[in-house]
Design a protein around this ligand. Structure first.
Ligand SMILES: [Fe+2]
Length: 185
């Protein structure tokens, strides 16, 4: 049985005891090891969007529901993260800064496809882009090792791969637009 308040409390206890991602990752891994329990507790995802389940200076916990075939451009977090998927799939491309390149250009460095029961830790400096490759919604819980909304970070233009300032409002709009398209379909 998934209990959101208990999950939040366990994550906060974990990071209080161990400020690295490791203990939180154990909590997330244990939680997403029972995807059916999360679906029962949170309900089957019905629309795409980002919802803050908890926001503090210690952690941010987001419920992220990706619209079908939605892609978000490369971005960094500047804090560690743990991504736990409970339904659907998140395809990640990992990027690195191209040595010596101007304007913070990046190049693809690896990839990882995450599905139910995966709890993937992302390092502080990781740059990734994410695609939901499916024709249905993907649901995940993202835990960040700080206040996600208070940090100034970077995003990269998906066409030119040039670095710019992460635009939170634009990214939230991207989810809204993807959701509107999903609900129309
Ligand atoms: Fe991200």
């Amino acid at each position: 049985m998934f209990d959101l308040d208990r999950f939040i409390a366990e994550c906060r206890d974990a990071v209080a005891a161990d400020p690295s991602h490791k203990s939180v990752r154990e909590v997330v891994a244990r939680t997403v090891s029972e995807p059916a329990a999360i679906l029962n507790g949170m309900g089957e995802p019905r629309s795409a969007g980002v919802e803050a389940l908890y926001r503090g200076s210690d952690l941010t916990i987001l419920s992220v529901v990706w619209a079908p075939r939605m892609t978000i451009m490369p971005h960094n977090h500047l804090m560690w993260a743990v991504i736990g998927v409970y339904t659907g799939r998140e395809d990640n491309i990992f990027w690195r800064r191209t040595p010596g390149a101007a304007e913070g250009r990046i190049e693809a460095a690896g990839a990882k496809s995450l599905g139910p029961r995966d709890a993937e830790p992302l390092g502080r400096d990781i740059i990734h882009s994410v695609t939901n490759p499916l024709s249905r919604l993907t649901g995940a819980i993202h835990v960040y090792g700080g206040d996600f909304f208070a940090v100034s970070r970077s995003e990269w233009d998906p066409e030119t791969l040039q670095e710019g300032r992460y635009d939170l409002a634009k990214n939230m709009r991207l989810f809204e637009e993807a959701n509107a398209a999903f609900l129309r379909a």
